[in-house]
Ligand binder design. Structure first.
Ligand code: AMP
Ligand code: ZN
Length: 136
């Protein structure tokens, strides 16, 4: 199902043109308009889901298989040196378009990008408390 006024619904279902790298009955893979690196692409499900939490299991289970297929193809064709998969959920996590998408980001030695975080440090007690918060 498409959602009204969702740009990625329109792109995934062909109402808005895009540079498509791949398409099947459930997905379209397009080049990102504001690429981090050469070849930066997005996996878009054709049915609308706001984010990972709302993605049906059947689609979720296919996303990583498709990401692997695209990463393999793109690495061969673009001769990139590495590859990031990035998937943002919620504004706090950097999601700007509320239609689930997975970023496929080819990486090149010295490409000037930095998809990293500042590592924290925790005591064993703090780690235990967080583990318990999640698992209990
Ligand atoms: P995110 O911040 O994870 O929500 O990523 C949204 C991504 O969508 C960004 O990398 C944008 O450059 C990209 N984007 C936004 N609009 C379009 C569009 N019309 N076609 C292709 N990519 C887009
Ligand atoms: Zn949508």
């Amino acid at each position: 199902m498409m959602k009204d006024n969702c740009i990625f619904c329109k792109i995934a279902n062909g109402e808005i043109p895009s540079k498509a790298l791949y398409e099947d009955e459930a997905f379209k893979v397009i080049l990102d308009l504001g690429p981090a690196t050469k070849g930066h692409a997005l996996i878009l499900p054709k049915d609308h889901a706001d984010n990972l939490y709302e993605l049906p299991d059947e689609i979720a289970s296919k996303v990583l298989v498709l990401a692997k297929k695209m990463a393999t193809l793109m690495t061969e064709k673009l001769q990139c040196d590495g590859f990031n998969l990035v998937q943002n959920n919620g504004e706090a996590a950097g999601q700007t378009v509320n239609h689930f998408h997975m970023h496929l980001i080819p990486r090149y030695v010295n490409d000037g990008q930095n998809i990293n975080w500042v590592p924290g440090s925790l005591s064993q007690e703090e780690l235990e408390e967080i583990k318990n918060q999640i698992t209990e």
